[in-house]
Design a protein around this ligand. Structure first.
Ligand code: 5RP
Length: 231
């Protein structure tokens, strides 16, 4: 019994809500991967059919390919920029169901999928529920590399402490699936998530940020004993 069990329970419960014919955004991370596996298993067994997916990262793309889940891009005519459901993890969730995402560096495509979806299910273990976003887990911001210095200065002007996310097992910055860098931002005081999402988006050179305030998702929380709770 562990956090891992909670992640698995939440992911599998979300996979069980995918219906035949749905266009599904497949999220990123160690919890969302269980949802992808669940959908893959249900497709393979014939329980559901005609599901097509959009991957939100190279991780979820590889997982879908391994499981033969048909993939399309957001621009594909079959998707036409609109999804029925996105299932994804989160790094923090506040009581108003605002999210911080991007711990896996995939926030830009994750947000495009989430904001283009009819519905979203967020799958988390119970360690992700917090009172205020941005105090413990930083807000990730995807930045065009040539704008690094000016963006970091602008973020300081908003009261944030920006730090370039550094790679492990490679020297230098983390480079996203889109060829950009990630700046992680911590705040000392509680922020207004909606206001901060907008302010960060307005900085020239910012391509996206990990505050998700516009999705009002269903949240499935997996507990360490393998049970789930829906918020
Ligand atoms: C990736 C994400 C992930 O969904 C988030 O980091 C949660 O990951 P995990 O389920 O592994 O804790 O936003 O960019």
């Amino acid at each position: 019994m562990s956090i891992l069990e909670g992640k698995r329970a939440a992911g599998e419960a979300a996979a069980a809500r995918v219906k035949s014919g749905m266009k599904v955004g497949m999220g990123t991370g160690s919890t969302a991967v269980w949802a992808i596996r669940g959908v893959g298993d249900r497709l393979a067994s014939g329980e559901i059919h005609d599901v097509i997916a959009v991957a939100t990262s190279s991780q979820s793309e590889m997982e879908c390919q391994k499981l033969s889940i048909p993939l399309r891009s957001m621009n594909d005519p079959e998707i036409n920029g609109h999804l029925d459901l996105t299932i994804d993890g989160a790094d923090e969730i506040d009581p108003d169901r605002n999210l911080t995402k991007g711990g896996g560096g995939a926030l830009l495509i994750e947000k495009i999928a989430a904001y283009s979806s009819e519905a979203m299910i967020v799958v988390v273990d119970d360690s992700k529920l917090v009172e205020n976003l941005g105090l413990v887990f930083p807000i990730p911001v995807e930045v065009l590399p040539l704008a690094r210095v000016s963006v970091m200065r602008a973020i300081e002007g908003l009261g944030g402490r920006p730090e370039v996310r550094m790679a492990e097992r490679k020297m230098g910055a983390v480079i996203t699936d889109n060829g950009n860098i990630i700046v992680d931002v911590r705040f000392s005081e509680p922020i207004n998530p909606l206001e901060m999402e907008t302010r960060l988006s307005r900085i020239p050179g910012v391509l996206g940020n990990g505050l998700f305030t516009q999705v009002h998702p269903t949240i499935i929380v997996g507990q360490g004993d393998g049970t789930i709770e829906e918020i």
